[in-house]
Design a protein around this ligand. Structure first.
Ligand SMILES: Cc1ncc(COP(=O)(O)O)c(C=O)c1O
Length: 398
């Protein structure tokens, strides 16, 4: 179908709550994606971080095809064998917790917030401390948890019980906590907030403070989880463990699955009737998640991702040495960012014009969330296009 026709139907029938770029992607493989006109793009931001194994990974596709023909959906009134297997994988790769399954990151965050309140219900503690510049999703509780005013606009009054503190400021957390606080929630690396990495002192100090004060520590790993940051989960870089963790995005390699993982003692509070999801953890999405775990292990993708990260940050350092437009390198693993001394929109748009997809977040941070297995030649082409766009911006040509 021609793009104009796609656009016409879309604009007539789909609500315009996204600012969509004038491209319709129709097919993809690995780190390449093709539009409706047959153009090939190099995708260094596949699926907004969800497609961490590259598009249509053959093992994930095969698992979904097999499962779709066998048992697409059954509800949580019954045991779902694959759900148990995925939970086991998550638990064994993280901190031995138990899982609740849902369909998105916001729902995982929602479940974490509910569980934190439930856990502390006898003592009446209900407040949660979150970070400025955080992002936790778009449901009412998740936008309230999100420490960015722009996401709150038009939705007041927000949910009661959230306090925001500057990221990496332990003293501010201590000041904000009171007798009614039940939890602290943060992303180990803030994604939408501009790829800000939590410091070692902050994370270890936070763990200690939560232990001393009886607070739950919630790690939102929706973006940083599943080997994205050079560790299975972002918190593992700090030698600490959270009490609750949220996952989505890369967990299903593009199939919509989210999970909230909690220490068994905390998880025990989520008894029948307290929370639920019709589709959560159904056989179809769990087949994709299980195939994701298997592909990462079988193809040694954690290691591959680390090497790719070293390579990208090496190239970023070279660019930063040459281009004064680059203020700072941001991120960790394959959450790769360049903070610019100006708005990055023109650069990101020029890359797209040259058939390379990256992203610009927080105004001035160019972001790449490439696949763990992005081929080196495609990466080189993509980075060359990015470097040229940065040069043009530096020269005032865009
Ligand atoms: C850290 C974090 N939490 C939660 C979410 C919300 O996830 P979803 O869009 O799947 O609801 C996101 C999405 O970008 C995220 O980055």
């Amino acid at each position: 179908m021609e793009f104009e026709r796609i656009e016409r139907i879309f604009d007539s029938y789909v609500i315009g709550n996204y600012s969509r770029l004038p491209v319709a992607f129709v097919r993809a493989e690995g780190s390449c994606i093709w539009d409706s006109e047959g153009n090939r793009y190099i995708d260094l931001m596949p699926g907004w971080g969800a497609t961490l194994l590259g598009h249509c990974h053959p093992k994930v596709v095969a698992a979904i095809q097999r499962q779709a023909a066998e048992l697409l959906h059954v509800d949580n009134s019954f045991y779902i064998p694959l759900q148990g297997e995925v939970a086991r994988q998550i638990s064994q790769h993280s901190f031995g917790g138990k899982c609740f399954f849902c369909n998105s990151g916001a729902e995982a965050v929602e479940a974490a917030i509910k569980l934190a309140r439930l856990y502390h219900q006898e003592s009446g503690r209900y407040k949660i401390i979150t970070m400025r510049d955080s992002f936790h999703g778009r449901t009412m509780a998740a936008i309230t948890a999100t420490g960015q005013d722009k996401y709150h606009k038009g939705y007041l009054p927000l949910m009661p019980g959230f306090n925001y503190v500057p990221f990496n400021d332990l003293e501010a957390v201590k000041q904000a906590a009171d007798a009614e606080t039940c939890a602290v929630m943060l992303e180990p690396i803030q994604g939408e907030g501009g790829l800000n990495v939590a410091t070692d002192e902050f994370m270890t100090g936070l763990r200690r403070f939560c232990d001393e004060s009886g607070l739950l520590l919630i790690a939102d790993e929706v973006q940083s989880g599943m080997c994205r940051t050079g560790y299975w989960f972002g918190y593992q870089a700090y030698g600490i463990e959270p009490d609750i963790m949220t996952l989505a995005k890369a967990l299903g390699s593009g199939a919509p699955i989210g999970a909230m993982v909690a220490r068994p003692e905390v998880a025990a509070r989520l008894t029948p009737g307290t929370h639920a999801s019709t589709f959560g953890g159904n056989p179809l999405v769990c087949s994709a998640a299980l195939a994701t775990f298997r592909a990462i292990e079988d193809e040694n993708l954690l290691q591959a991702g680390r090497q790719t990260s070293d390579y990208i940050f090496g190239r970023f350092r070279e660019m930063a040495a040459r281009l004064s437009i680059i203020k700072e390198l941001r991120g960790r693993g394959l959450m790769c960012g360049l903070e610019l001394n100006r708005d990055g929109t023109a650069i990101f748009e020029r890359c797209l014009d040259h058939k390379v997809r990256i992203n610009c977040t927080h105004g001035s941070v160019l972001r790449l969330l490439p696949a763990l297995n992005v081929p080196r030649d495609l990466l080189d082409t993509g980075l060359a296009v990015l470097e040229e766009a940065l040069q043009k911006a530096e020269d005032g040509e865009i």
